[in-house]
Design a binder for this molecule. Structure first.
Ligand SMILES: Cc1cc2nc3c(=O)[nH]c(=O)nc-3n(C[C@H](O)[C@H](O)[C@H](O)COP(=O)(O)OP(=O)(O)OC[C@H]3O[C@@H](n4cnc5c(N)ncnc54)[C@H](O)[C@@H]3O)c2cc1C
Length: 409
């Protein structure tokens, strides 16, 4: 290997790490190794919704991937989503029609499709990173829990919300800026289409459409899934305690107190709550977020995806941001001549990405506050306008334009 050959290590093979590995592997002059702590992948929730902009970013890395996702992961266009008041005097009033937002697909199959182009010998499962050290010569040393060590020129941490690489970047400030519960938890289940249809008694429900129900201290969503053979039901509640873990199993009895069907007045929302109460051992996820992150990079070490900017789930933008990161960083690193240029590239990435991702974290939290306040003073029109304003910037993906400006300097 010549002195210009760069050895990249990606920590974590989730959405961000998997897609970035695809982007970097296109450059024959670099050697990309991916280290993943899990032996097998387990994904939160079976389906994922990705915005059309993030899919565009993905196509920039893996051409024709959308066609492959349609064929292999059942990706289908997400029809309009209606946000409706589920309780209070104006129950049933349509707050906003969110329009077509992207595609919904099977999450494990998405993951498989994204990892399949990668060479098996460059992928190391069962390697949990425990420490990172940059030496004066620029070489970065990695240590894994199983005792193995590795050396490289560049490290990209795509190791999720509780990232070890993030801790290294933030050093003594890591604890202050660690992920915290955002104030909600959500409960997810998927019920057969026919069962949902019977329970809903065709009440205000067009099964091709996602419905979101705003309640008082609670929010619910129903969406067609798995090629319309099932209906995904999600309830989000205000978290009144501080959870230690993100994922828990909620027992039926436990849920009864918290998810009372009478919290909603709209018959369809009531029916969804009842369906959920009839499910055994529901999975529940606490929403966590990085309230603020002072930097995404230190020297030749950088973080992407949830490791950089975990957000509450209200705007469903976490996966999309991970894909955008992979696209932007993959593009920037594509022009690197020497490993020493990487410091500047990471600074540019930090400048371009941090404000956008921070804004999404903040507007996602504000969206949650709004969605659980159906009975607030605001008129339905004001509620709708605020909801639209909070998400308008997500579609303003002018990163590429900014990127060109930076490259011209
Ligand atoms: C219930 C739920 C529903 C969601 N729904 C949506 C949705 O519909 N749309 C959307 O856009 N987003 C959604 N999200 C958010 C989305 O899942 C994340 O934003 C996205 O997965 C982030 O990708 P990532 O690659 O950064 O992190 P992850 O997917 O978390 O991947 C991190 C990887 O790093 C590995 N790892 C961790 N620590 C180490 C270590 N020390 N060493 C080596 N490897 C390590 C992990 O095993 C994992 O494979 C949802 C999240 C949840 C919890």
């Amino acid at each position: 290997m010549g002195s210009n050959v760069k050895r990249y290590s990606i920590i974590g093979a989730g959405l961000a790490g998997g897609v970035l590995a695809n982007a970097l592997s296109r450059n024959e002059r670099v050697d990309v190794q991916v280290y993943e702590s899990a032996l097998e992948f387990s994904e939160p929730r079976d389906i994922i919704e990705l915005s059309h902009l993030s899919l565009k970013a993905l196509e920039g890395i893996i051409p024709s991937v959308v066609e492959a996702l349609k064929a292999k992961a059942g990706a289908s266009v997400m029809d309009e989503a209606h946000v409706v008041l589920g309780s209070g005097p104006e129950t049933g009033v349509l707050i906003r029609d969110l329009g077509i937002r992207g595609m919904v697909m099977d999450r494990p199959l998405l993951h498989q499709t994204l990892l399949s182009p990668l060479a098996k010998e460059n992928f190391h499962a069962g390697r949990k990173l425990i420490s990172v050290e940059q030496t004066a010569s620029g070489v970065v040393k990695l240590e894994f829990e199983n005792g193995e060590m590795a050396e490289c020129d560049v490290v990209i941490g795509a190791d999720g919300t509780f990232s070890r690489v993030r801790d290294y970047i933030l050093q003594q400030d890591a604890k202050t800026h660690a992920a915290h519960p955002a104030g909600w938890w959500e409960c997810i289940t998927s019920v057969p289409f026919e069962l949902a249809k019977a329970a809903l008694e065709n009440e205000a429900v067009d099964m091709d459409r996602e419905y979101q129900w705003m309640g008082d201290g609670i929010y619910m969503m129903q969406a067609p899934s798995e090629d319309r053979t099932h209906v995904l039901c999600v309830a989000v509640l205000i978290e009144k305690w501080t959870p230690l873990e993100r994922k828990t199993i909620v027992m039926k009895d436990d849920l009864k107190d918290r998810l009372a069907a009478d919290q909603f007045e709209h018959p369809a929302a009531k029916a969804i709550a009842k369906l959920m109460l009839n499910t055994d051992n529901l999975e529940a996820y606490s929403h966590w977020e990085h309230k603020i992150t002072p930097s995404y990079a230190r020297g030749r070490v950088c973080v992407v995806g949830d490791a950089a900017h975990t957000t509450s789930l209200w705007q469903g933008a976490g996966g999309a941001m991970a894909l955008e990161d992979a696209f932007i960083l993959g593009t920037l690193l594509g022009g690197v001549e020497s490993a020493n240029d990487v410091n500047d590239i990471f600074k540019t990435f930090d400048t371009v990405r941090r404000p956008r991702c921070q804004r999404i974290i903040d507007t996602s939290r504000e969206t949650g506050e709004l969605c659980c306040r159906a009975n607030a003073e605001a008129s339905t029109e004001q509620l709708g306008d605020t909801l639209s304003d909070l998400s308008a910037h997500i579609d303003a993906f002018d990163e590429l334009y900014k990127l060109k400006q930076f490259q011209l300097q």
